[in-house]
Design a protein around this ligand. Sequence first.
Ligand SMILES: [Mn+2]
Length: 243
Amino acid sequence: MKPVIGIIAACTREVHPAYTTGHDYVRAVERAGGLALLLPATPDAVSAGMAQWLALCGGFVLPGGGDVAPTYYGQSPVPQLTSTDRLRDNVELTLCRAAAQHKKPLLGICRGAQVLNVAFGGTLWQDIPAQCRAAICHYQDSAARGELFHSLTLAPDSLLARIMGPGQHECNTFHHQAVRDVAPGFAAAAHAPDGLVEAVESADGLALGVQWHPENLAPEHPDHAAIFTWLVDAAAGGALLKR
Ligand SMILES: [Mn+2]
């Protein structure tokens, strides 16, 4: 049996709403040896569903998406805030805390990294261009999703450095928000050249949030594919990174 990795599927806001998640998240989990299971972010998920999700899944992916409602980290919205979805926020914030309680590994990607940080008491920059004057470009309109765009400095003793390997790394970038205050019990595991936090990880090594999109890079870049291998191995109950 393959380890089951639950991936949150959010509801689109179209005439015919659909629960969707990105193709590349699913394929990256499958390529790493996991069985991907889409979990729709419904109101029932918060109440009745969450316990069964935890029983069904060995680990979870929180994918990219819109902005977390700033009320969840004690702020009022800035004018540059874009699409928010309180139901999705609620489902994902609840899942973060439940997964931690049940010692299930969780990978937050882009919005997911922000959700993870907020779930445990951290805060966000609501809009990098408006709030961080010295910031580099964190939205690569000019480059394909699978293309590397800015460099990363990994914290030397971090879980992420053990996952991705020593030395220089680069990533893609599609975010206008970022982690501001790192949540208690978490540490910054990677920074961009402008000093913005690009990854957070929990002290127990079971929750990792990356601000970039490793699922788009995994096919061609083993250091990014390794992030999904970590998740699937941890979901299988294997000792973390016996290397
Ligand atoms: Mn970035």
